[in-house]
Write a protein that binds this ligand. Structure first.
Ligand SMILES: NC(=O)CC[C@H](N)C(=O)O
Length: 262
């Protein structure tokens, strides 16, 4: 049995601050280790989002100017993106991308940019201030700790059905008030973390890959895959048709020079 995954890099030509594109290199690297073929393509302005084509969507961060253009274009992709998310599609949305998945984002100049309301959060404006610096959070469900770098003026408040990616131990997070950072909804991971997040936090990359594989191959027995891949020392995977229970056994930090040739 061979496995393949397709990544849609949403507005990858416009939204890519602090090397967010590195998230795709990490997915490629880890997928290759697992024996899974993974390729990616950019889905940008004036292009339809084909919800049946992609297994994983990466939506990076960006400046207010790019966000104002995307805010309009993304309305044409809204229905398909919502269908993709509701159907359990995997997504990682960072900073500006995270903001536009919610109801709205108020830019630094006070302009209100419409999101698609796929997730129930909204993002207000800070007065002449940005949250900049390193962040450390802890996910309450897994106990995993994640590290990242944040730089945003928007302050985000979570809504119905969303759980935070983690509770803030150091740094600001979503809004500097309620100690939440990021959001998880179905198989969507949202965050303010650049870094890129998946390079600094391999556990999340593995969750994303396994969620995507279990959705695409619900009846597959990944035991063979597990035995032949270097994942066997890292993940304990209990196949259970709908979802795989993943336990991180050790932390592996891929070196960028080993990612470049993937
Ligand atoms: N790094 C980002 O993606 C920034 C997002 C947004 N422009 C803000 O300042 O809040």
């Amino acid at each position: 049995m061979s496995y393949s995954l397709k990544v849609g890099h949403l507005y990858g030509d416009l939204m890519n601050t602090y090397g967010d594109i590195g998230n795709i290199l990490v997915l490629k690297h880890l997928a290759k280790e697992m024996g899974v073929e993974l390729d990616d393509e950019v889905v940008s302005l004036d292009q339809p989002f084909d919800k049946d084509k992609y297994d994983i969507v990466i939506f990076g961060g960006g400046q207010d100017f790019e966000q104002s253009i995307i805010s309009k274009d993304i309305q044409t992709k809204k229905t398909d993106l919502i269908d993709f998310i509701e159907d359990g599609g995997s997504m990682v949305a960072i900073c500006g991308g995270y903001q536009l998945l919610g109801h709205y984002y108020i830019g630094a100049n006070g302009e209100k940019l419409e999101g698609i309301g796929a997730l129930d959060h909204y993002t207000e404006k800070q007065e002449n201030h940005r949250f900049i610096g390193d962040v450390l959070i802890e996910n309450q469900e897994t106990g995993e700790k994640y590290r990242g770098f944040e730089n945003h003026q928007g302050i985000t408040f979570l809504g119905e059905g969303e759980r935070p990616l983690g509770n803030v131990l150091e740094g600001y997070g979503n809004n500097g008030e309620d100690k939440t950072e990021g959001a998880i909804y179905k198989n969507v991971y949202c965050t303010y973390f650049h870094g890129p997040i998946l390079a600094r936090n391999n556990q999340i990359a593995k969750h994303v890959l396994m969620n995507a594989l279990s959705r695409k191959y619900p009846d597959a027995d990944l035991t063979t895959q597990k035995e032949t891949s270097s994942f066997r020392n890292i993940l304990k995977i209990k196949p259970n048709k709908k979802a795989f229970d993943i336990k991180v056994e050790s932390f592996c930090y891929p070196r960028f020079d080993s990612l470049i040739n993937v």
